[in-house]
Design a protein around this ligand. Structure first.
Ligand code: DP6
Length: 325
């Protein structure tokens, strides 16, 4: 009863921001992402009859507290699904998502945990079923089941049975790339979980965000289908700005941006004015992800590196979905 799985991180081009059900992790809009190559988590789950509780080790160190709770709560869901409610596991994860790359590892972490634990306990799931159960660990993780472009369909049902991700296009459909731009003045930010909750509950801009995200999604899918880079870039950037605008209307208000974040945004806009196609997107933190095409990699990397506040840049291509090792 042992299995190992590897999952990559993903970056949303149309953001998931807001839940309609916090327990089941059901979103208020569909989101769309690109799974990235080379930034991943590998997890081995070993169910053992002699264990009386789960154990979780991250990069060799035993984990306790809230991160441990999130893992065991997720395993409870897997146990229930498999009718094995008294079977506990040893979980060993290795994170190959350097903190310095500025990605939250929850997407790759929960996708790898879901794949390894469901396989180890003997569940035979389709990718959609795996995505649906992964969603319960962390919403954005349900998109990391797939390589390339994935869409998380919010679904309508109260029990969440129709809320899971599907693949829109495989990784070799279109070689678009993402530069993760890491900044010096990283502040401790509001977690995405808390940030979206506060926004849903208090921001008068939240409804506008939800409504416009549906139009953005339809147009983004059209842009991907036609491999229209300018169209996809413009929509991704605008969608990200609308998501971040909701936080300014929240009570108490907050923002994930710092002045360095804005410097990178300005540089991306400046490159565009000069005819270099590049667009940005930002998640629940100050770092910026820049979307570009391979032929502009060198110049974009150079321009971003020249910004004094930039400490590190990670360049990624599109990556694969879940693999079992
Ligand atoms: C801004 O998936 O981390 O990155 O479901 O509460 O675990 P929970 O939230 P999480 O939120 C990700 C938010 C985002 C946008 C996105 O990835 O779509």
């Amino acid at each position: 009863m042992k299995a190992t799985a590897k999952a990559n991180v993903n970056i949303a081009l149309i953001k998931y921001w807001g839940k309609r059900d916090e327990e089941l992790i059901l979103p208020t809009n569909n989101s769309l992402s690109l799974t990235l190559d080379g930034l991943y988590t590998t997890t081995t789950v070993h169910f053992k009859s002699e264990l009386t509780e789960d154990r979780f080790y991250l990069d060799g160190k035993q984990v306790t507290g809230v991160p441990y709770e999130r893992v065991t709560q997720f395993l409870d869901i897997v146990r229930k699904e498999a009718n094995e409610e008294n079977l506990y596991a040893e979980v060993r994860s290795e994170n190959h998502v350097p903190t310095a790359a500025g990605f939250a590892s929850s997407a790759s972490g929960f996708a790898a945990l879901a794949a390894a634990s469901t396989k180890a306990i003997g569940l035979e799931l389709t990718e959609e079923e795996l995505s649906r159960i992964t969603r319960r660990g962390s919403g954005s993780a349900c998109r990391s089941i797939y390589g390339g472009f994935a869409e998380w369909k919010m679904g309508e049902k109260e029990d969440g049975s129709d809320s899971y991700a599907v693949q829109i296009a495989p990784k070799n459909f279109w070689d678009i790339r993402i530069a993760a731009v890491i900044l010096t003045d990283e502040k401790k930010s509001v977690s995405s979980r808390d940030g979206m909750k506060r926004t849903v509950e208090t921001s008068p801009f939240f409804q506008g965000w939800v409504e416009s995200s549906f139009t953005d999604l339809t147009r983004m899918k059209e842009g991907i289908e036609n491999r229209d880079f300018a169209m996809c870039g413009e929509i991704a950037e605008a969608n990200c700005l609308k998501m971040h605008a909701t936080t300014l209307g929240a009570n108490p208000p907050f923002t994930y941006w710092t002045d360095s974040t804005m410097k990178v945004m300005q540089e991306v806009r400046k490159m565009r004015e000069e005819g270099i196609p590049a667009y940005f997107t930002i998640d629940a933190g100050p770092n910026v992800k820049v979307i570009y095409l391979p032929e502009h990699e060198e110049i974009i990397q150079k321009r971003l590196q020249a910004i004094p506040e930039v400490t590190n840049i990670t360049l990624s291509k599109a990556g694969d979905g879940i693999t079992y090792l």
